[in-house]
Design a protein around this ligand. Structure first.
Ligand code: ATP
Length: 234
């Protein structure tokens, strides 16, 4: 469970996030929608303890991220595809993460298999395509077999096989009672994968509802998104 209460972030005169509250429930895939600059990444960074809020709180499993013991085993995060050191091989990047988080080495092989990276495990991450880097980021997120996944644009750069695989993975994760929070600009993909959606614009909450409810009233998730955000640019 992720609980965000009155969360706000200001950068100088820019209000990136303007006092939003929502709960991401276990057993669901929750999509996080908003135009470029709406405040999605800033919100996710505050949930993950990487950006200090100006106001409000974000709790993961009832605690601030920074207070979690073994955070990688509680929360799997993907924020930037190119997070791995470019000179490190995919295998060594994951092994280093595993060792520093008391995760067994066997799990490195498991996540390499899950993400289809076995055949490039010995290659430098710096030479990876965007899709391969994204798969490596997902492998890192899955390494600790976490209860909660927080993924910023995880479909970016993935090929059709990768997108289908990830869709299944997110749905399975939720079906096991875990929490999945995923931002995306791909409305069709969110409509297929998510149970719930949270929509923000200009750092403010516009909707926190089910995909079924939004699509029932507007025809499609894309139409619902435009109706909600029309004239609401921050
Ligand atoms: N480190 C920073 N310093 C100054 N302004 C920032 C910083 N990070 C984000 N912002 C500003 O905060 C606002 C929200 O940005 P954010 O990256 O959270 O949006 P987003 O919804 O993730 O956008 P996108 O869909 O393009 O990824 C934008 O106006 C952005 O310019």
């Amino acid at each position: 469970m992720i609980e965000v209460r009155d969360l706000a972030k200001r950068y100088g005169s820019t209000v990136a996030v303007d006092g939003i509250s929502f709960t991401v429930r276990p057993g669901t895939v929750t999509g996080f929608l908003g135009r470029n600059g709406a405040g999605k990444s800033t919100t996710m960074r505050m949930i993950l303890g990487l950006t200090r809020p100006t106001r409000g709180t974000a709790l993961v499993g009832g605690r601030p991220y920074r207070e979690l013991t073994d955070p990688l085993r509680r929360v799997g995060a993907l924020l930037e595809a190119r997070a791995a050191h470019p000179d490190r091989t995919a295998y060594h990047h994951l092994l280093w993460l595993a060792r520093s988080n008391r995760i067994p080495k066997a799990r490195v092989h498991e996540v390499l298999g899950m993400t289809g990276l076995e055949h490039v495990a010995g290659r430098r991450a710096g030479g990876f395509s965007l899709g391969m880097a994204q798969r490596l980021g997902l492998a890192a997120a899955l390494l600790g077999d976490p209860e909660v996944l927080v993924l910023d644009e995880p479909m970016n750069g993935l090929d059709p096989d990768g997108i289908r695989w990830l869709r299944g993975l997110l749905r399975d994760h939720a079906a096991q009672g875990r929490t999945v929070f995923v931002s995306s600009h791909l409305m069709g993909e969110v409509a297929q994968t998510a149970d719930r959606v949270i929509v923000i614009e200009g750092g403010r909450l516009l909707a926190d509802t089910t995909v079924a409810e939004l699509t029932a009233t507007a025809g499609s998730l894309e139409d619902a998104f435009f109706r909600l955000t029309e004239g609401r640019r921050g």
